[in-house]
Design a protein around this ligand. Structure first.
Ligand code: ADP
Ligand code: MG
Length: 255
């Protein structure tokens, strides 16, 4: 089977009046359909830049990126992006927030709206359809933001530190929720995080990036027994500490 995503020898630098900032250097990897990839690395190393390239917001200076065998374009519609801030609009109800993407892309079909209804029911937001975002807890807001993204049925989901604005307790719960939703909707996901534990508790595979300009310094495949453990359970599994130590050591070689 061909991989869903193919990134080949990608490099990128920012050019400003102050000069050139090389952000990524010769990045090559593939992601299979249904895989959950996490990317960790020091702050400012180029993680968000990599996601911007994958989403088509930026164009590589060198190298190529393909999704489903087609080159990434600047108006990529089959990629969903979730950020640290949920960007829910207070002047819209929860329902009108989650259908916003469908509205903008003129895709409010019966089928797509039924999928939204289904997700609101499955993920505990049905009763809050007519509420305003400010009436939701932090965790519910992130779920609503995820449903809005999934409403467009993206083939690939990009998550840029989506939990870092939440307090610790909420974060652990939202991690479990988001993980379950992604698995249930059979999505392929790339999670960028500076939180090692988060990466280990969610991913099938972890890339450790070097300092800027980022290269893939190491890849770690993650296996838990039994393999379907939820993130919270993974944190308490025997394997967790071993992965943590391995990646921690690698990251500190960076310092
Ligand atoms: P990370 O997400 O890993 O913290 P980023 O990808 O956001 O890192 O940034 C990588 C480097 O590129 C940083 O040094 C940052 O200052 C620089 N950078 C990011 N965005 C811009 C921009 N728009 N213009 C110039 N430099 C930028
Ligand atoms: Mg970032």
């Amino acid at each position: 089977m061909k991989p869903l995503l193919e990134v080949s020898h990608v490099s990128y630098s920012y050019h400003t009046l102050a000069g050139e900032t090389p952000a990524l250097s010769d990045i090559t990897f593939t992601v299979d359909s249904g895989e959950f990839l996490a990317i960790v690395g020091p702050s400012g190393c180029g993680k968000s830049t990599l996601l911007s390239l994958l989403s088509g917001l930026l164009t590589p200076e060198q190298g190529t990126i393909h999704i489903n065998n087609s080159p990434i374009s600047t108006h990529q519609t089959n990629i969903g992006y979730m950020l640290q801030k949920d960007h829910l609009f207070e002047w819209r109800t929860v329902y009108r927030n989650v259908i916003l993407g469908l509205e903008i892309q003129n895709r409010k079909t019966e089928e797509n709206l039924a999928h939204v209804e289904q997700m609101l029911r499955d993920y505990g937001l049905s009763a809050f359809k007519n509420a305003r975002p400010s009436e939701l807890s932090g965790g519910m807001r992130q779920r609503a933001a995820l449903i809005r993204t999934l409403a467009l049925d993206p083939s690939l989901l990009l998550l840029d530190e989506p939990f870092s604005a939440l307090d610790y307790q909420t974060r652990l719960n939202v991690c479990d929720d988001v993980y379950q939703i992604i698995k249930k909707e059979k999505k392929t996901a790339i999670l960028v995080t500076h939180d090692l534990s988060e990466a280990i508790s969610m991913a099938d595979r972890i890339f450790i990036l070097s300092k800027r300009p980022a290269t893939i310094q190491k890849t770690v495949s993650v296996h838990f027994d039994p393999s379907e453990l939820l993130p919270m359970k993974r944190r308490h599994a025997r394997e967790f500490k071993e992965y943590f130590n391995e990646i921690w050591k690698e990251l500190n070689q960076n310092e």
